[in-house]
Design a protein around this ligand. Sequence first.
Ligand code: BV8
Length: 247
Amino acid sequence: MRQDKTVEFSPSLLQALHTARHIAVLTGAGISAESGVPTFQGGFWGQYSPEELATPEGFQKQPKLVWDWYGMRRNQLKDVQPNPGHAALAAMQQRVPKFTLITQNIDGLHQKAGNHGVIELHGSIHRVKCFQEGTLVEHWDDSREQPPRCAHCGAFLRPDVVWFGEMLPQDAIEAAQIAADDCDVFFSIGTATHVYPAAALPFDALHNGATVIEINPDITPLSTRATHSLRGSSGQILPQLVKAVWD
Ligand code: BV8
């Protein structure tokens, strides 16, 4: 059993959480790292660049390669469980008057951990849609041509995720923006703070006067600006933080 080192939290950080009316959280690939899901920095792109795999042009150029890559990631997720970091955020949602969880992740692990109303800025690997019409497809036949084709218009099916160069779902980015502008505390957890417009959200929260708490083993462009920058893994820090504030 891993022995987590005890994390000391400053009184001002604990006080901000105790009195928070609205807590907003942005997560990135780092929160799923302890579930065994490779991060983007972790190089799970293999020999391909994100531009080759996670762009509409990349898909149009190599549809089978991209479809198979997402299929492999989707299959990997079948045996993946949420980790204590995900569980701590599900517990936090139960204890706070208003809680908004915004994720860049497409793995669905926050929902699996029990969070509800999750804002998926970059879509979900578990949903598939027609490349042409954008309509979601519940079932598809993977046994023949890959990618499978839309039964309605014949275009390729694709994962319902936001690729580089694609607009984020309007309702998702708007809801995230409203939360960043309204919250008293904004957590930025497990993200390199590199991909926009998601990466702008913690800075918007700072601008709104919120207490911004970063949790990341590494330094990011947010680290010197955050009110509190906690160096460590979310699976270790978050459960201790929830215990320190709400137990
Ligand atoms: C758009 C889905 C309008 C697919 C993804 C403004 C300025 C600059 C650039 C742009 C801009 N606006 C648009 C751009 C271009 C682009 C962009 O930001 N490029 C980057 C590379 C500079 N953005 C877009 O294209 C977006 N669209 O803005 O539309 C538009 C359109 C055209 C032209 C202009 C504007 C769409 C972006 C969405 C792309 N899709 N995902 C898929 O998943 O396959 S992005 C994908 O990469 C993830 O969703 C995530 O967002 C990003 C990876 O970032 P992280 O989550 O941070 O993960 P990473 O591995 O990088 O870091 C992990 C972190 O965790 C590390 O810091 C590590 O230290 C930490 N960590 C590790 N272990 C732990 C941990 N932390 C805690 N605990 C641990 N145990």
